[in-house]
Design a binder for this molecule. Structure first.
Ligand SMILES: Cc1cc2nc3c(=O)[nH]c(=O)nc-3n(C[C@H](O)[C@H](O)[C@H](O)COP(=O)(O)OP(=O)(O)OC[C@H]3O[C@@H](n4cnc5c(N)ncnc54)[C@H](O)[C@@H]3O)c2cc1C
Length: 382
């Protein structure tokens, strides 16, 4: 019998970012024969950055989207610890908590209301997560007292992860239990025949790959691909910049969100600072002026950073749907084709639960936490 020249999979995931890799990891755990197709390498897109902030939505005007993110952040520790046990690799995860400055009397009153709402929404007695207002001068060895004239919020749900380490752990699992094809670009998928058209396949790639179902998780590139497939442009890329500074001795401190910036200490003795946000941009590379601006702003509210060396500057293009929320589910008008994109600034904290919901949909099993209606394709496509 001649050998078949076709590799056939239950699921093909296109894109080796945090969405694609999380979906592949979850699919492999569900027993699906899975391949990831990545045009460059895992983390080549916006997931290969440095910040890794896992920050909750505010406990105010609660809605299904906030509840979904809360459930996701709450479950994250268990998911990452399991991944670390399975692969022997650290993800740099820590429930680090977060400080927010309070700058006016009005904002103090808002935060007091949020603290009350958190008591209802975050279930502190069961979960241990609190959102509390502390007086002026609290934790001023880290966030300068001058930046918080009306006190601070200290909340304990926030966490952080090392983005590249998290991706490396997911990639290790996928390599061992499934297939990870890097350096090969996806071009098209025929959902009826299962045929996947690839570009730039190196010699080692089987001539043809087929999959019963395909998930497009190509970040900011997804929007043009979706437009080709559906005729609708439903999102765009938005440029952002972040950087890492030397941060020895700061590893155990909480994250800060001040002046629109995150300061996030990491286990490896670095502190990440970000981000800028540019809707319109000419290129995807680091702009040194924007980096200098990040350092100046962060040092102003966080004097412990003064004089520390900048170790790396980084720029990436975040995927953002026009309707703001992530998009997850079956693609209208295309058989067996799914999409997961548009996590914008919160992808790392929701990716594992998005993966869970999507894979449950694919396998016909019940998900513990359903996707919020605003994540579903019906919300994004006309
Ligand atoms: C400066 C900055 C700071 C950020 N900080 C945070 C943060 O602190 N916390 C947080 O949660 N989020 C943060 N984000 C947002 C987060 O990084 C993104 O939302 C997330 O990385 C999107 O993941 P993704 O998997 O959808 O896309 P990506 O990571 O962009 O992955 C898409 C992948 O698809 C591949 N691809 C594209 N086209 C093809 C094709 N035709 N064939 C095969 N492969 C293809 C790309 O090479 C890429 O690897 C930040 C973003 C930026 C820019």
């Amino acid at each position: 019998m001649p050998q078949s020249n076709t590799d056939t999979f239950d699921l093909a995931v296109v894109g080796g970012g945090i969405f694609g890799m999380s979906i592949a990891y979850r699919a492999l755990k569900a027993g699906l024969k899975t391949i990831v197709i990545e045009k460059d390498m895992v983390g080549a897109g916006s997931s290969g950055g440095v910040l890794g902030a896992l920050m909750p939505h505010m406990p105010a005007r609660w809605n299904p989207k906030k509840e979904f993110q809360f459930q996701s952040l709450m479950r994250m520790e268990a998911v990452l610890h399991q991944l670390e046990r399975e692969t022997g690799l650290s993800t740099g995860y820590r429930r680090c908590a977060r400080i927010l400055p309070i700058t006016t009397q009005d904002k103090l009153e808002h935060h007091q209301e949020r603290a009350e709402e958190a008591k209802e929404r975050w279930h502190p007695l069961e979960t241990g997560f609190t959102y509390e207002v502390e007086p002026k001068g609290s934790r001023s060895e880290w966030l300068s007292a001058a930046s918080a004239p009306f006190g601070i919020v200290y909340e304990t749900l926030a966490a952080r992860v090392a983005p590249r380490a998290y991706l490396a752990a997911l990639a290790a699992y996928v390599r061992e239990h499934g297939k990870l094809l890097e350096g090969v670009a996806f071009e098209d998928f025929d959902g009826q025949s299962g045929e996947i058209v690839l570009l730039g396949a190196p010699d080692r790639t089987p001539k043809r790959i087929k999959a019963q179902r395909l998930v497009l998780a190509t970040g900011s590139a997804s929007f043009e691909q979706l437009e080709r497939m559906t005729g609708e442009m439903i999102g765009r890329g938005e440029k952002g910049q972040a950087l890492i500074m030397e941060g020895k001795g700061l590893e155990d401190l909480p994250a800060i969100y001040c002046d629109g910036l995150y300061v996030v200490p990491h286990d490896d003795g670095t502190v990440a600072i970000g981000s800028t946000s540019d809707r319109f941009f000419d290129d995807e590379v680091v702009n040194p002026d924007r980096s200098a601006e990040l350092v100046a702003r962060a040092t102003a509210f966080c004097p412990a950073l003064a004089g520390r060396q900048v170790l790396e500057e980084w720029a990436g293009i975040r995927p953002r749907c026009n309707k703001r929320d992530a998009l997850v589910g079956p693609l209208p008008g295309r058989a067996n084709t799914y999409v997961a994109t548009g996590g914008f600034k919160i992808s790392f904290g929701i990716a594992h639960l998005i993966a869970d919901a999507l894979v449950c949909d694919l396998t016909g099993s019940a998900t513990e936490v359903p996707l919020p209606p605003s994540y579903l394709p019906g919300h994004h496509f006309s």
